[in-house]
Every structure is written in structure tokens, then in C-alpha cells.
Design a protein around this ligand. Structure first.
Ligand SMILES: [Zn+2]
Length: 347
């Protein structure tokens, strides 16, 4: 595990604003949230007996070696903290030991999560990134996901989209896309907040990767690189053990179509009230583009932010009301948009 020269625990939270206001005025305060901790191990993965993890050895009741999500998350968080601190970012770790949020013993999920968001809010953090690993009963499930609140502002969707692209590029696991969910740490933080699920501990291949210190370093650098770009600092240089961050993608076209009644119903929309619309983002070659933030203006005047899925499609619930639906790629410097008339209400 690398040294953590500028790690700031909850006790030091007060100092974070000071640093932000003086020496690193231009750089945002980043709250780094290592998911789970203490008696909450998070997901549990199987481990090959000969695996060298660089983490504290852990065993299940059958004395087989296992990999605990809380340990992976904290290791990635420590590596991310070192990476950001080396570039002058003021940081805050919501936990820096094998404990609940605030580095206190785990009592309950409610207390744990509240301590995490309280710490970030008190430090006036400007970015909150929660680090988790996934698990599924379907053992085949594999890959990377980033979560954002659907009602989060456009900049948060931009951060989530960039994070997902960089993580997929660095880890090389399947792209499961940016997903919308109102997790506690996302809805109780007063700054752009996202949650990443790096890989699946329930999957042998993914878990084998998470066991590797090199892969955890790549994950940390992917998250750091995305924050670096989001902060408007440009190219972060070689990251992910030399893989490097791909330059921001350049969407060329967005195609807007109204889905049929069946798909509308399948999306949970009452066809009497509205329709499912699909905005497909494509590159210059016409290929669909994943993880592109999309903003939409609905005929009722409401603005919506979302992100294209791995198949390039961003889904929109559009009320049946006379007017227009307008969609645009929500990336700085890129002007790609489409509009369509919303037909009159069905009888
Ligand atoms: Zn988790």
C-alpha cells in the first residue's frame, strides 16, 4: 500500500476548507468514500489459495481464503488519495481504517452512512466519490457500473459519464453503463456525488482481478484521471499503468425516435400519459456511443439529465403534451442536438 502523505481523516475535516481556500485554490476538495468497513464486510469473493493480494489475509468459516469488499474499497481509496494528493488536490477520506464512516466502530448502516455524508458536507467537499465492488447471484455477471442520481445536476452526470468511460478503459471489463439510483450517499451529499462499482466479487474473473494490487492501482488512477479531467485540468498524463486516459469522445450525431406502445409500456409509462423516446448517440462512423451525458427539454418545460447506455441509447419518459422534445449532448464544447414534435394526446 502506498504512503498517504496528505490523507485527511474526519478529525482533519475542518482543515480541508482551509487548504482549498489557500494553497490549492483552483483544485476541488475531493471526498473519497471507501464503502463498508468494520463488521460490515460488503461483498465477499473467493480467492485462489496462492493469490498474493497485498491485503490483510481473510478467511471464511471453512478457513478458505476470501477477498472482502471493504478491504478492496479501502485499498483503492488509499491509492486514489495518494494519486490526488500528489497532484495537489485537497482530499478527505470518510474512513481511513477498517471501521465504519468517521473511523468509528460499525453500529448500524444508518449511522455509518450518515457519518460519511456529514464528513463530506462539513468539509465543503466539491466532489464525492464512493468506491464499491459489486456482487450478484448470477455468477456470470461481470463488469463496471457508475451510479448517479437521476435528479442530480448536469455536471454530476458529466462526472459520472467520464468516470465510467475511464474505468472501462483502464479495467477492460464489460461496460454496464451509467445507472441512476438514489443511494443514501448520493442523496445526502451537498456536492456532485457518484458511486462506482468497479467489478464483481461474485465473479471469479473479476474477483481474481480485484485481488491484484496492480488492478486496484489501475482502478484508483482511472477514478483520479476522471476527476482530473472533470476539474478542467486536461490530460492527466499516463495513468492505468500506461494505458492512458482516452481523449474525450466526440459524439457527432444524436437521433431522436419515439418508441412504440409496447416498449413504452415495458418502460413503465402509461401510454395514455406519455411515451418512451430514445435518443441514440453516434460517433463519426455511425457507431453508438456509451456513457455520453445527454440533456433533454420536455414539452412540459422540464429539463432532464441522463446518460447513453452501452448500446448508445438514452431513454426518456416524455409526457403527451403539445410541444417539442429537444435533446443535446451535455459535454463542454460539443454542440450535437436533435428535436422532434410531440404528437397530440391519444384519446
Ligand atoms: Zn458495496
Amino acid at each position: 500500500m502506498p504512503a498517504v502523505p496528505c490523507s485527511r481523516t474526519l478529525l482533519g475535516a475542518l482543515g480541508a476548507t482551509l487548504v482549498a481556500a489557500t494553497s490549492a485554490a483552483a483544485l476541488p476538495v475531493v471526498a473519497i468514500d471507501a464503502g463498508h468497513g468494520g463488521s460490515d464486510s460488503g461483498a465477499i469473493g473467493a480467492l485462489a489459495p496462492e493469490a498474493v493480494t497485498g491485503l490483510e489475509p481473510r478467511f471464511n468459516p471453512f478457513l478458505q481464503p476470501v477477498l472482502l469488499e471493504k478491504d478492496v474499497n479501502l485499498d483503492v481509496a488509499n491509492r486514489l488519495n495518494a494519486w490526488l494528493a500528489a497532484r495537489g488536490f485537497p482530499t478527505l477520506m470518510t474512513r481511513s481504517t477498517d471501521n465504519a464512516g468517521g473511523d468509528v466502530p460499525y453500529i448500524s448502516e444508518g449511522a455509518d452512512l450518515k457519518a460519511r455524508t456529514d464528513a463530506a458536507n462539513a468539509a465543503l467537499a466539491e466532489i464525492f466519490v464512493s468506491i464499491h465492488q459489486n456482487s450478484s447471484r448470477r455468477t456470470g455477471a461481470s463488469g463496471t457500473e457508475t451510479y448517479v442520481r437521476s435528479s442530480a445536476p448536469e455536471v454530476t452526470h458529466l462526472l459520472a459519464a467520464g468516470m465510467q468511460r475511464t474505468l472501462v478503459a483502464c479495467l477492460g471489463l464489460p461496460d454496464r453503463g451509467v445507472k441512476e439510483r438514489s443511494f443514501y450517499v448520493l442523496r445526502n451529499t451537498a456536492m456532485p456525488a457518484i458511486l462506482v462499482e468497479g467489478a464483481f466479487l461474485s465473479n471469479e474473473v473479476d474477483a481474481g482481478m480485484l485481488a491484484s494490487p496492480d488492478v486496484r492501482q489501475r482502478m484508483a488512477e482511472a477514478i483520479g484521471g476522471a476527476i482530473f479531467q472533470y476539474a478542467g485540468l486536461g490530460d492527466p498524463g499516463p495513468i492505468c499503468s500506461g494505458v492512458g486516459v482516452a481523449p474525450p469522445p466526440v459524439p457527432k450525431k444524436i437521433v431522436l425516435t419515439r418508441a412504440g406502445r409496447k416498449l413504452t409500456q415495458r418502460a413503465g409509462i402509461n401510454p395514455k400519459r406519455g411515451d418512451l423516446w430514445v435518443a441514440t448517440v453516434r460517433d463519426a462512423s455511425g457507431a453508438p456511443m456509451s456513457s455520453i451525458p445527454v440533456r433533454a427539454r420536455l414539452p412540459n418545460g422540464k429539463g432532464v439529465n441522463t446518460t447513453s447506455r452501452p448500446d448508445g441509447k438514452a431513454l426518456l419518459a416524455v409526457p403527451r403534451r403539445k410541444g417539442r422534445v429537444v435533446v443535446a449532448v451535455a459535454m463542454p464544447g460539443i454542440k450535437v442536438a436533435a428535436r422532434a414534435k410531440v404528437p397530440a394526446r391519444r384519446r
